[in-house]
Design a protein around this ligand. Structure first.
Ligand code: NAD
Length: 303
């Protein structure tokens, strides 16, 4: 059963390259014919990991190709996910399954609503990759992937293929809690790093601000996914800031490249959930207003 990977960005290339390297039939779905042409000229995906470099010449296509899709990895940004799934929805077979790689929350529900007959599997990843060339990806951060389907606890048969491809993973029956917890950590770190224009470690100099946000985010987590997911948030955030002190967070990297951020699916989602639950979280609201104003001042979308 072939894998289709939509989105030839950092994570899409990393997943496609690892599946193909394990000998599993894998096709990339690219945006348009120009992109397809450039991919063919490149000769495949260049995967760099440590000192190892490999070229994986897997096939590619556009969404317009008619062949049915049974296993899709949706590897675009959260704000592109709904349009991307719409572009290939007609190709999804009766028992198709879609793996959603998007960060944050909100895009998964929007995708699922577009394809109500198709099983959607949620994913939370701590792996890190970046593109060093159009179709070249550097696997920069070892991590782990949690996958799950809140609507159906039975793991899909293809998890063995992820093992075969060396993709570290575990099936989880607590995906909403995992995704909310990751979102909360992101909300405590990323917007402040953007506003202070600083590396993660420098946020330790603004720990009062971080602590205030963590207190509000813990309240939100307790209401949304329960007390267990809410515990020890500030300690975890502090540990992450120390362990990644020299790094720029993903949202600041987007801003530095003058690219759209995923704020709507992170801080935006937290603020929307708080409003829906009539939870008064003034620190989060003020942070969202400051961040939106700052993004607009740079000419970037505020959501
Ligand atoms: P990216 O911007 O590098 O790649 C996304 C790709 O999808 C782009 O090449 C874009 O052109 C393509 N795309 C968008 N719409 C398309 C369409 N309709 N048809 C075909 N291609 C389309 O993004 P990324 O870094 O790979 O991130 C993907 C998701 O994974 C994000 O939500 C991100 O937050 C999350 N994530 C990334 C990393 C990482 O290390 N890069 C780690 C964890 C989570």
């Amino acid at each position: 059963m072939p894998w289709h990977v939509l989105g030839a960005g950092s994570l899409g290339l990393l997943w496609a390259a690892r599946l193909a390297a394990a000998g599993l039939p894998t096709s990339l779905i690219l945006r348009n014919h120009d992109s397809l042409q450039r991919y063919r000229q490149a000769g495949g995906i260049q995967l760099v990991e440590g000192s190892q470099q490999r070229l994986l010449s897997l096939p590619a296509q556009t969404a317009a190709q008619p062949e049915p899709i049974q296993r899709l990895i949706l590897a675009c940004k959260a704000y592109d996910a709904e349009a991307a799934i719409a572009s290939i929805a007609a190709r999804l077979g009766d028992n198709a399954e879609v793996l959603l790689l998007q960060n944050g929350l909100g895009s998964q529900a929007a995708v699922a609503a577009r394809i109500p007959q198709t099983r959607c599997i949620l994913l939370s990843s701590t792996e890190g990759a970046f593109r060093h060339a159009s179709f070249g990806v550097t696997f920069a951060g070892q991590g782990h992937n949690w996958l799950g389907d809140p609507g159906n606890p039975v793991p899909p048969a293809w998890l063995d293929e992820l093992t075969q491809a060396g993709i570290p993973h575990a099936w989880s029956d607590a995906m909403p809690a995992r995704l909310w917890r990751k979102l909360a950590v992101n909300c405590a770190i990323n917007p402040l790093c953007v506003l202070h224009d600083c590396r993660n470690g420098e946020l330790l100099e603004h720990l009062d601000e971080v602590a205030g946000l963590c207190a509000e985010l813990s309240q939100l987590l307790a209401q949304t996914v329960g007390a267990t997911a809410a515990g020890g948030l500030l300690d975890e955030v502090r540990r992450i800031l120390q362990a990644t002190a020299g790094n720029y967070c993903s949202m600041l990297q987007d801003v530095q490249r003058r690219q759209r951020t995923e704020i709507r699916y992170l801080l935006g989602q937290a603020c929307a959930e708080a409003a829906q639950r009539q939870l008064h979280l003034p620190g989060l609201g003020a942070l969202q207003a400051r961040l939106r104003q700052y993004l607009l001042s740079l000419g970037l979308p505020a959501d």
